[in-house]
Structure formats: structure tokens, C-alpha cells
Design a protein around this ligand. Sequence first.
Ligand SMILES: Cc1cc2nc3c(=O)[nH]c(=O)nc-3n(C[C@H](O)[C@H](O)[C@H](O)COP(=O)(O)O)c2cc1C
Length: 408
Amino acid sequence: MSNPARCVNVADFKALARRQLPRPLFDYIEGGADDEVTCRSNIGAYDRFELVPGFLRDVRNIDLSRKVLGCELSMPLILAPTGMTRLFHPGGELAVASEAARAGVGYALSTMATTSIEAVAGTGRGPRLYQLYLVNDDGVNREMVERARAAGYDALILTVDCIVAGNRERDLRNGLTVPPKLGLGSLSKFAVKPLWCLRYLASPAFDLPNLSSGKGGDVSTLASYFAANMKLSITWDDVARVANWWNGPLAIKGLQATNDVVKAADAGASAVVLSNHGGRQLDFAPAPIDLLADVVDHLGDRIEVLVDGGIHRGSQIAKALAMGARACLVGRSYLYGVAAMGAPGVRRVIELLRQELERTCGLLGCASVDELGREHLRLAGLPPYFLADRDVPSSPSDSETPLRSISR
Ligand SMILES: Cc1cc2nc3c(=O)[nH]c(=O)nc-3n(C[C@H](O)[C@H](O)[C@H](O)COP(=O)(O)O)c2cc1C
């Protein structure tokens, strides 16, 4: 199936990506830490919330636009930073960045990207963020920040949850190396996908150009340089230093505890991304959607609260926005699109998420994303009031009570 229109949801793209990619690469996208409990709960947590519709409102024109981290977005969506996209399709980060720009949604380029900061900027204007991992050399760190500023990026995302490598057992079992070695040991897993092999061998050599400046050398050295030099002791002093270098909208990604978000606001961050790295770092970390209401209620007036993890439907975005998120990030959802068919796949994934969000807003009686609120959420399986020791519900705010009680 090469016609993107035949994919009617993100799951269709996932199935296609599974068919196209060598098993080690599909598993690299899909896998999580340890028993992948957090991966599953990221998705499952959304199922615990129902959406309560409101009818008889004029929803002919629905406005999905929102300003996030200083960027005017056509909908509150940012394509999350993900490493090594060119492994999945030769179009790689350029395909993703140009489709995000075309759609007016954000794109966050990773430190571990296989395309440079400057090349992505060259795809034209669009809401664009650079994601920074800190290494032990502040010269390299500062240079990345300055390159992002010089290339016109709108905001910086500092990821702080990778101080220890997550234990991704699929990668261990598959013997995944960076870059993939098509040697005798792993050949069988790659050779069964000859189209991928041909494309990979025909495309420009694998590189990590955002890190490579000044380091030179081949990329396996770079990958091991990164693994060996990742800064293991990021502190609030580092945040202050990065904020000072960047001097613009800054998000801290990977925070989960409300106390940490308080410190982020104190440190002058404009936003936090509540995230467990898609379940790839600490297994048993909570699903970010379950943390959202607490953080928004404590700090929503001081800092923009963004959320990611497990989002593959516009209706999930609607739930997060109704809970108080400023915007959502998706990782795997667009990676399935790019792996399945390059730029057209990414375009279709964004289009599907947009249609689903718009449809959900319409069915909830909201003419804009700003009208989504907690009155649209209900805990799934909540017993009727006469069985649940509650008073007869009389006002919309009553429907918040069960949500608050589970989130605190
Ligand atoms: C294959 C892959 C690579 C990732 N690489 C990065 C990265 O380089 N930097 C980063 O901050 N987060 C990275 N992430 C985490 C994403 O930014 C995001 O937090 C996560 O994918 C959200 O969960 P979801 O995939 O369920 O949408 C990666 C995620 C995946 C799936």
C-alpha cells in the first residue's frame, strides 16, 4: 500500500512500518525499558478518561490554532525530538521538518538527529525547536545552542531524563548497533527487507552532524562518544547556564514531579514537557496524562505545560488539552508515517491527527481548542451517583470531582 490516503489511522501506518523496516529498527522505535509497563500505561491511561459531549452549539468553524513557546501553531501539536530518523527512511528529518512546516505544527530536531541543524532550517520557515542533550564538554553544548539560534530556531528543549541509558531489551536481543552493522551476525534480520537495505546503502552515509562539529571521526566513534560523554549530573546550574546561552523560549523535557516543575518555573523556563521519554527510560514511571492536572493546577499560570507519551489519536490530544495541557508532542506516531512512506506518510499522519482533533472538538461542542475543559472529561467506569455515594450531579464542575480524586 503506497497510497497514504488508504491509511485511515496511525495504527495503519504502524502496521506498514512494521512490514517495511528490518525487525531491529522497528523494535528500536517501538520498544521501551524493561517490561515496557510504562509504554503500555502511557496509552492505557488515556482510555481511563471518557469524553462528555455537548450538543446544540455552533461548531461549523473550529479553531485549532494556539501559540506555544512563542510559536503560532495551526494546532497544538509538536513532532517530538527523535534520534536517527534517516535510519527509518532516507527522507529522514528533512521529510519530517518540511511536512511539519507545511502543516504549521512544531518540529523538534534532536541532538541525535541524522540531519544537521542548518539543513533542517534550509527546508523553509516553520515552527521549529532544537532539542539539546548535554554532553560533558560545554564547548560542544554551547556550540549546538548557538548553531540553533543562528539557524533561526524558535525555541530550545532541554531533555533531562537521559542521565542513564534506559534498558531496552529489544535492542539488546536484536544486537542493534549505531549505525547498524550489516555484518554476518545481524545480516539475516536486515536481508529480509531488501528494499530497506537498498535504500540505506544508496543514501548518504549515516551521520550525527549536530554532535559531530569539532569531533570529526566516524559515526560509530561519535555514537560511543555520545554514550561515554553524556552528562550524567545535570543540575539546575546547567539549566541556568543553558537558559543564559539561549536567551529565548526554553522548555525542559522529561520532568514528572510537580516539585521539579516548580523549580523549572523558578529557573525561568517557559515550558515543561511532562514526559517519560515514551516509556524508554524508567519503567514504572507514571503516564504523563495522569500527572497533568496536578501540575497545571499548581503552575499552569507560571509555565506552559506540554505532555507526550502514547498519543496516536486526535481524541487523546483533546483529552490532554481538556485537562489543561498547552500542547501535545507525538514521537512514534510520526515515525511510523515516515518509516512507512517518507514525507507523504508524515503529511497523512498530521492530517489524520488534525481531522480527529477537529472532529472531537465538534462532537464535544467546542468551536476552538480553548473551549476544551474538564467538564468534557469523565472517569471511565464511574458508577452512577446513587451507587457511588455522591450527590445528584447538578453542575458541570461536579464532573471534575472524580478526576481530581484520582489525580491527587
Ligand atoms: C525512536 C525514538 C527516539 C527518540 N529520541 C529522542 C531524542 O533524541 N531526544 C528526546 O528528547 N527524546 C527522544 N525520544 C522521546 C520522544 O521525544 C518522546 O518523548 C516520546 O516518543 C513520546 O512518546 P510516544 O512515542 O509514545 O509519542 C525518542 C523516542 C523514540 C520513539
